[in-house]
Design a protein around this ligand. Structure first.
Ligand code: URA
Ligand code: SF4
Length: 202
């Protein structure tokens, strides 16, 4: 993949990014998608949450975290005392990667090549929003903003610093909680991590 770099405008702010995003051909994922899904939230948000990639519902609607993982995230944010509309929500990869099985579209984890190709959009969002604190949701986001060696399950909820010095913490992806066999426990742990993030961000 050639990557998103040449498609990312250097002026125009978040609106400019949003306007340019549908023209991105930085990797092959745009071909099978209905919508590209830009980050959403206040341009001056103190906290940025970074997920993996849009899911089936997000791809159809063109908005972040509006499907099952989004509903879970909403519940968890509320339980942790964080208002969703105060945070900036985005993904490491902006198009939905899936496998077709009959009529169903099954989520497929983005390859490292997709994460790398899409990174210029995330870098641009981070430069514009300049969040005081970042919450990394799951291993794909961790690969994008921390690096390849980081194990989310080993370090969840711990205070960390991103390579550029931004204070952060990592936790699991909300869709792993949706699929959990031990839902109550895993939901509670996820809320604990978000609560820790809120305290660290204060
Ligand atoms: N999962 C994500 O990582 N992001 C979304 O927007 C939806 C599901
Ligand atoms: Fe561009 Fe990212 Fe979509 Fe690939 S996934 S086409 S790099 S916006």
């Amino acid at each position: 993949f050639t990557g998103a770099e040449e498609f990312v405008p250097s002026t125009g702010g978040l609106r400019g990014l949003r306007a340019a995003l549908p023209s991105c051909r930085g990797c092959d994922l745009w071909e099978g998608a209905e919508h590209v899904v830009p980050g959403e939230g206040p341009a001056r948000a103190r906290m940025m949450l970074i997920g993996e990639q849009p899911g089936d519902v997000e791809d159809k609607e063109g908005h972040v975290f509006v499907g099952p993982a989004g509903r879970l995230l909403d519940k968890a944010l509320e339980a942790a005392g964080i208002e969703r509309d105060t945070v900036y929500l985005t993904n490491a990869v902006k198009h939905f990667r899936y496998e077709r099985r009959g009529k169903r579209r099954i989520h497929k984890t983005p390859a490292v090549g997709h994460i790398v190709a899409c990174n210029p959009w995330l870098v641009a969002e981070r430069k514009l929003v300049k969040p005081a604190f970042v919450v990394v949701l799951g291993s794909v986001a961790a690969r994008a903003v921390i690096g390849s060696g980081f194990k989310v399950t080993q370090h969840r909820g711990e205070p960390i610093e991103l390579p550029d010095g931004t204070p952060a913490t990592a936790t699991v992806h909300p869709s792993s909680v949706v699929r959990s066999q031990e839902y109550r426990r895993d939901f509670g742990l996820f809320v604990d991590d978000l609560r820790a993030a809120a305290a660290l961000a204060d």
